[in-house]
Ligand binder design. Structure first.
Ligand code: SF4
Length: 170
């Protein structure tokens, strides 16, 4: 069960990565630059799990602030102008899991890039978009083939499925 959930999360992250253009259409929150004190951050020991969605994942850190628990996702690269959609959805997954497992809904999560931190509000709209993607992912998981959703050869070159994918562009 754990490995199935882990696989689901990996597929979810892959789909989130592909969903950049979708977010621009749906108007999800972008993120605001904040200062965050890394000394407050606590490492997460074990993955969080939600049995309803079978989603699992482990944020890099959790921060307790004013009685709320805030997940933190660390990215090694420099900050883009605004957080990537894939990063927003990944963070939303952690907000969702924190809410389900710990019973406290995070008002926002933090994406920590090398040179900048962004707070991303965990809005009902973001949660709903996340659940839509998980539903889509489950539906696609039952299909024998899923149409490629992008036109980016570079993405295929860096994809772990390149060797076996009959839709690869490069
Ligand atoms: S190789 Fe296939 S699965 Fe990977 S990005 Fe390209 S089309 Fe998508």
């Amino acid at each position: 069960m754990f490995y199935l959930s882990l696989t689901l999360l990996l597929i979810a992250i892959f789909l989130f990565w592909q969903s950049d253009r979708q977010r621009k259409r749906s108007g999800l929150p972008g993120g605001r630059v904040i200062y965050s004190d890394m000394n407050e951050w606590g490492r997460v020991q074990k993955p969080l799990y939600d049995s309803t969605t079978r989603l699992t994942g482990k944020p890099d850190y959790l921060v307790e602030r004013h009685g709320k628990i805030i997940p933190v996702e660390v990215k090694s690269g420099r900050a883009p102008e605004a957080p990537y959609d894939s990063h927003i959805y990944q963070l939303a997954s952690y907000c969702y899991l924190v809410h389900k497992e710990m019973g406290k809904r995070p008002p926002y999560g933090i994406i920590h890039y090398r040179n900048r931190d962004f707070a991303v509000d965990y809005t009902p709209e973001l949660e709903s978009a996340l659940l839509d993607i998980l539903t889509e992912m489950r539906r696609d998981g039952r299909r024998k083939t899923v149409a490629c959703s992008h036109n980016l050869p570079a993405r295929c070159r860096g994809c772990g499925y390149n060797e076996i994918c009959d839709q690869r562009l490069a």
